[in-house]
Design a protein. Structure first.
Lengths: 208, 690
């Protein structure tokens, strides 16, 4: 165990106890994310059942989804994952906080853009099609699934603000680096979940 | 404006006011229960003030992040909740036994509330905290760790569980709990049929406790993967740790469906969603699947740690290495995996095709195979051993016989054709109590007897322990064997009135059994009081009262705050036995090092209190209070992330002094032969084997 170096972090090249401690923390976060994924898995399973059996005379997926809008959301979120990747590289190889902050700032903007686009998409569905969650079982689970993802992304943005404050106060010390690492895991995982939502909800919903 | 902060809560919701308005027997019983709670709380507050215990309570317990203290607090919480739930069982049985003659003790709705709180409390606030507490206390010691991986999170889990307990307790005084049973099936628990606050109490109590359990599962799994001392390979872990690992993995995956099911039910009830409602595309089967997707792994969350405890008990009190260690490990893993494949057997009668039922029926019966392996391993552990029938061993042998009986009725129920006949009858109630009382509850009682000396430094009084056993053991048989018979006669669960006179003798027998179990609990309380009084005669400062085999017995009783002075050497499954055989268990260390331990923190208490308040406000639709309290929880979490100074150092000199003091205790103790184990001679030093 003592030879483990945590990938992605420059916590010091010789100080292996620090890396050991980091490993435990980051592994714990992975496990927590696994439980979060179980939550999404159950949401997907419910969606699979209700998007077919729960339409109840209300609008069907094919009537309310707009692939163009969803594509822009997807691009915004994927781009934000890319910028976070750049932030992680800056974290690992540069001691320069400016590049890190810039990339994190770009990630924040793209994340916020995603939230805005998704909210606009919901508003469109409600105003044009009267597709509120109260209309049918399908819409209930649609809003709960996308809404849970939305809340996760919003929480990620709040987390970024907190990290900005910690960067300003503490600088780039071990604890802050580890938190950025976990934020990165969280953020990329939300991207993975969104890719699943995009394919499973929107693409297959619009498939003829 | 006030509505935003108080929601729908009114004076009329107070149980005492209800009794004032309608003074009948039913409301008198409700008011008496609420009164007992209020008196209990007031008496506790007065006791704390008079004795000046507030400060030690806060400093040494509530803010402590020590896994041992957190474990003890879990167990204490569980015992308090057990008192309520077992009292409720007695009221229900007394009511059923007398109900045919006249109206009985309680109104039907009140009866429904009683079985709902009884089930909810027993599962989530007795069994779960008991086993989480025991796991918390024992597991890090067994793997030679100083603490769990995330001590702060551990305390937060405890406080969330305590908040859930508080919420269920408050429902005695303010408003009513759900009448929908512990499984809370819609559409009965939906807004149309149950418009009151009852199902909301259930929803939020479960949400709090399931979040706590998810965090616990994550914490324990990481601890077991990352905190094992050098030499403690996975296959050298005591079997109890294996069961903790499997339970933790189940907690990580199984809690999410429950959290989601309760959230969806709340959205249905208050936001007009259609997950489970009839019409508009909702489907009750969504709930049944989600709930039991959690509920069946939950059964194994409850039983696997018990299997771990029994393994430790059988090997310790047979003076022998556990038989078939590897087969027990694989059996545990097999059960954990299979537990995710059988959830549908909880609703064979709800409209699947015969083939689907058959597949789940076969999967269910398969679980009997690894469980059978375990039973044989335990039997063979005792064979050729020097069996000592101490209290844990009494419970263990009783468990072997009665659990087999419960297992056999389980295999019967696993057959869909049979299940159609007895589904949701008292036969089922008898079956799951047959698994959970001798299985889980008695395992936890055995665990308390086994590890109490390590926690407090003295043994529990053996005579009173036997009294607990001899009251509870026949009590269980008397309380639940009649239910098998009544189930076969067509008696359904959750029935307030049985008019058939043929049921009468069985009901009285069940009532007598419930009284015996309550008496057994009273004996447990007496046992603790008597043991505290005689703690000098029962003291085991050298730390090894039972000739233990695993690492938790290395070191003094009570344990060092930092668990171990140095890193214990592990070369065998029975690590401590090996150390004793090599004469290395009680050796002075050459050097001592500074030890870093987490500082105390008030954060978990504040988070628990705010989360509890948020949940309470959600129950009463006091949206502003709920929003503020919820925001408060996250403000505290964020605030805490700015605190840098979270560790404190115990200097090497202090470690050395503590270690030497213990070695002096060891030197002063005379090694005892196992036949003198129960005498005051036993100071916690075992005679060396011949």
């Amino acid at each position: 165990m003592s030879d483990v170096r945590h990938p992605g972090l420059n916590l010091g090249t010789t100080d292996s106890p620090v890396h050991d401690a980091a490993e435990e923390t980051v592994f714990g976060f992975w496990v927590l994310m696994m439980s979060d994924l179980a939550l999404f898995a159950v949401l997907f399973a419910t969606y699979a059942a209700m998007s077919v059996h729960g339409i109840a005379g209300g609008p069907a997926p094919v009537e309310i989804f707009d692939l163009k809008s969803t594509l822009w959301q997807t691009l915004a979120l994927l781009a934000s994952s890319f910028t976070f990747g750049m932030a992680a590289l800056a974290l690992k190889y540069d001691d320069d906080r400016r590049a890190l902050s810039l990339w994190l700032g770009a990630t924040f903007v793209l994340g916020a853009l995603f939230l805005g686009l998704e909210a606009r998409d919901w508003a469109r569905m409600v105003t044009e099609h009267g597709a509120t969650p109260q209309v049918s079982g399908f819409l209930s689970i649609f809003y709960l699934l996308t809404g849970t993802h939305f809340v996760h992304v919003a929480a990620g943005l709040l987390w970024m603000l907190v990290m900005a404050a910690q960067l300003a106060i503490f600088g780039l010390d071990g604890a802050v680096k580890l938190r950025l690492m976990r934020l990165a895991i969280y953020w990329h995982l939300l991207d993975v979940v969104w890719v699943a939502i995009f394919s499973f909800v929107f693409l297959s919903g619009l498939a003829p | 404006m006030i509505g935003l902060f108080l929601g729908t809560l009114r004076w009329d919701d107070v149980t005492f006011v209800e009794f004032w308005r309608t003074p009948d027997l039913n409301n008198a019983i409700a008011a008496a229960a609420a009164g007992l709670l209020v008196l209990g709380v007031v008496a506790t507050l007065i006791l704390l003030t008079v004795r000046g215990w507030w400060r030690p309570l806060w400093r040494d317990w509530l803010t402590s992040l020590d896994h041992k203290k957190i474990g003890i607090m879990y167990v204490a919480l569980a015992l308090v909740m057990f008192a309520r739930a077992v009292a409720e069982a007695n009221v229900m049985r007394a009511h059923q036994a007398t109900a045919a003659l006249d109206a009985g003790l309680v109104a039907p709705d009140h009866f429904a509330e009683l079985f709902s709180t009884h089930g909810t409390i027993m599962i989530f606030l007795v069994a779960m905290p008991l086993l989480t507490g025991i796991m918390n206390f024992v597991m890090p010691l067994q793997i030679g760790a100083r603490d769990v991986s995330f001590p702060l999170l551990n305390a937060i889990s405890l406080m969330l569980t305590a908040a859930a307990a508080g919420l269920v307790m408050v429902s005695l005084v303010l408003g009513h709990f759900s009448t929908g049973g512990w499984s809370g099936y819609p559409p009965y628990t939906g807004a149309d049929i149950s418009p009151g606050e009852g199902p909301d109490y259930w929803i939020w109590a479960l949400t709090l406790s399931s979040i706590g359990s998810t965090l616990t599962g994550m914490n324990f799994a990481v601890t077991l993967y990352k905190r094992r001392v050098q030499g403690m390979h996975l296959f050298r872990m005591p079997l109890f740790c294996w069961t903790v690992l499997c339970t933790s993995i189940l907690m990580i995956f199984a809690m999410a469906p429950l959290t989601l099911a309760t959230l969806m039910l709340w959205l249905d009830r208050h936001a007009g969603f259609h997950f489970f409602t009839v019409g508009s595309g909702g489907d009750m089967m969504n709930f049944a699947n989600l709930f039991w997707l959690f509920g069946h792994p939950e059964v194994y969350i409850l039983i696997l740690p018990a299997f771990g405890v029994w393994s430790e008990v059988f090997s310790t009190f047979s003076g022998k290495r556990l038989f078939g260690y590897l087969s027990l490990v694989y059996a545990t893993m097999a059960i954990a995996v299979l537990s995710f494949t059988v959830w549908l057997h909880h609703f064979f009668t709800m409209g699947q095709s015969a083939n689907v039922n058959a597949a789940f029926g076969i999967a269910t019966m398969l679980i009997g195979v690894p469980t059978g392996v375990k039973v044989y391993d335990w039997l063979l552990t005792m064979m050729f051993g020097r069996v000592r029938l101490r209290v844990p061993m009494l419970f263990a042998n009783y468990f072997l016989v009665t659990f087999l009986l419960g297992g056999v009725t389980g295999v019967l129920l696993a057959n869909p054709t049979v299940d159609y006949g007895v589904h949701n009858s008292l036969f089922l109630v008898a079956h799951f109590h047959n698994m959970l009382i001798p299985g889980t509850l008695f395992a936890m009682l055995a665990a308390i007897h086994l590890w109490f000396p390590k926690a407090f430094g003295f043994r529990l009084h053996e005579g009173w322990g036997r009294a607990v056993f001899w009251l509870m053991a026949p009590g269980f048989l008397l309380a639940f064997m009649p239910l098998y018979a009544m189930g076969m006669m067509g008696g359904m669960r959750r029935t307030a009135y049985f008019s058939d006179p043929l049921f009468r003798p069985w009901l009285w027998a069940a009532e007598a059994g419930a009284v015996l179990i309550l008496a057994g609990f009273a004996a447990l309380v007496v046992q603790i009081v008597v043991s505290v009084r005689r703690r000098d005669a029962l003291a085991v400062p050298a730390g090894d009262p039972w000739d233990g085999r695993s690492l938790e017995w290395l070191g003094p009783a009570p344990a060092f705050e930092f668990n171990f002075a140095g890193e214990p050497k592990v070369e065998d499954v029975d690590a401590f036995t090996a150390l004793k055989a090599q004469g290395e268990a009680y050796r002075r260390q050459e050097t001592y090092e500074d030890i870093e331990m987490p500082r105390n923190s008030a954060v978990p208490v504040v988070i628990g209190a705010l989360a509890g308040l948020a949940a309470f406000a959600m129950v009463w639709q006091a949206w502003a209070t709920a929003a503020l309290a919820f925001a408060g929880v996250w403000a505290v979490v964020i605030g805490r992330s700015f605190v840098r100074d979270t560790e404190r150092t115990i200097p090497a000199a202090e470690v050395e002094a503590a270690h030497r003091a213990w070695l002096a205790d060891v030197a002063a103790a005379t090694p005892v032969h196992r036949r003198d184990e129960l005498t005051p001679e036993n100071r916690g030093l075992a005679e060396e084997p011949l």
